[in-house]
Design a protein around this ligand. Structure first.
Ligand code: SF4
Length: 352
């Protein structure tokens, strides 16, 4: 179990407006994948769209001083908490702290001399910004590289860094210990939850493409979340930020920690289908995942299981012979031709 003896860490931090840890909601994160152009209004719009999908926090790689400035300007113009991710150059971390960023992530394996870390920590403390100690199995400190027990090596790296931060009087810490290996990830986080009081950022690093990465991350994080371990999660996919957020939501939901909004039930479709569930979900998934209302939405192909599932949902649509029928809270409310299905569904969704 976690140090707190229940859900989440013993201590908490504040990431922008959001509390993280101490049994609070498990926050969903993604990481910005493309270049960030200064003053690009599309960036702020995309952050809003991610937020509406259920994303709480967005992290940005900040490789240069110019990137720090660009991120800082964006942070001034959004209420989404933004995290600056820094490797190698502590001066970039110091530059980011001139702006209203919500959190820093540094990698103890490559940030360098302890005086550099001390400068960053002092400024973070001054600005009230928490710092994630992001240990990664691929970039462990020199003496821990090649250790036979990678999980123990990651825990040791995190523990050392926490002690260094504590010696500087800094405890607004979040910890992660990521590996691309499921067993190492589970073992490392179980140990961290027993030995450290800080909020844990859960994730499997370099998890893979959409399906493989989601499956591996779910297998790694599912048991941890169900044991009460973890305060924020990111699903690291070779895919879009939007799909990372949806995957994280689904993992939380399956672990009994759903963040609300839509829960989609849909059939895989087969030769009996009179209604194309795949095409329908292609058109509707983003809209459904942006619903603010807690609702089960069923999307079914035919009369075999369709009416049963659709009538159990808050809103259900199913093929039935040559028609498409819509159920709302258990009652059949519409029977339409397939070409009118979207407009009928839109009207019923509107008034859900
Ligand atoms: S609901 Fe109908 S179309 Fe969908 S998988 Fe079942 S039998 Fe096939």
């Amino acid at each position: 179990m976690s140090v707190a003896g229940s859900r989440g860490s013993a201590r908490s931090v504040r990431v922008g407006v959001l509390p993280m840890g101490s049994g609070g909601r498990v926050l969903v994160q993604t990481m910005w994948k493309g270049p960030l152009t200064r003053g690009d209004p599309a960036a702020a719009r995309r952050l809003e769209a991610l937020k509406s999908l259920g994303c709480d926090i967005v992290r940005f790689a900040v490789p240069t001083a110019e990137a720090a400035e660009t991120l800082g300007e964006l942070a001034k113009n959004t209420d989404v908490p933004l995290v600056a991710d820094i490797h190698f150059d502590h001066k970039i971390a110091l530059a980011c702290l001139e702006y209203p960023i919500a959190k820093l992530r540094i990698n103890p394996g490559n940030i360098g001399a302890s005086w550099k870390v001390a400068e960053v920590v002092a400024k973070a403390k001054d600005r009230g910004v928490p710092v994630r100690i992001g240990v990664n199995s691929g970039s462990l400190p020199q003496d821990l590289r090649g250790a036979s027990d990678q999980a123990a090596a990651m825990v040791e790296a995190a523990r050392r860094e926490c002690e260094a931060f504590e010696a500087l009087g800094f405890r607004d810490i979040v910890v992660s210990a990521k590996s691309s290996d499921v067993a190492d990830t589970v073992a490392a986080y179980r140990e961290l939850s027993k030995s450290l009081p800080y909020p844990l950022h859960l994730g499997l690093t370099e998890a893979g493409p959409l399906i493989a990465g989601t499956a591996r991350t779910a297998v790694a994080l599912g048991p941890l979340l169900r044991e009460g371990i973890g305060d924020t999660i990111r699903v690291s996919l070779s895919d879009s930020m939007e799909n990372e957020v949806i995957a994280a939501r689904e993992i939380l939901g399956a672990a009994g920690l759903g963040v609300g909004g839509a829960r989609i039930v849909s059939c895989p479709r087969c030769a009996r289908a009179g209604f194309d569930t795949h095409a329908f979900l292609e058109r509707w998934a983003a809209k459904l995942y942006s619903l603010r209302t807690n609702a089960t939405i069923a999307v079914m192909g035919c009369a075999v299981n369709g009416p049963g599932e659709a009538s159990k949902a808050d809103l259900g649509i199913t093929g039935a012979g040559d028609s498409v029928i819509i159920f709302k809270h258990g009652a059949l409310v519409r029977m339409v031709r397939p070409e009118d299905a979207d407009s009928a569904f839109a009207e019923e969704l509107e008034s859900l």
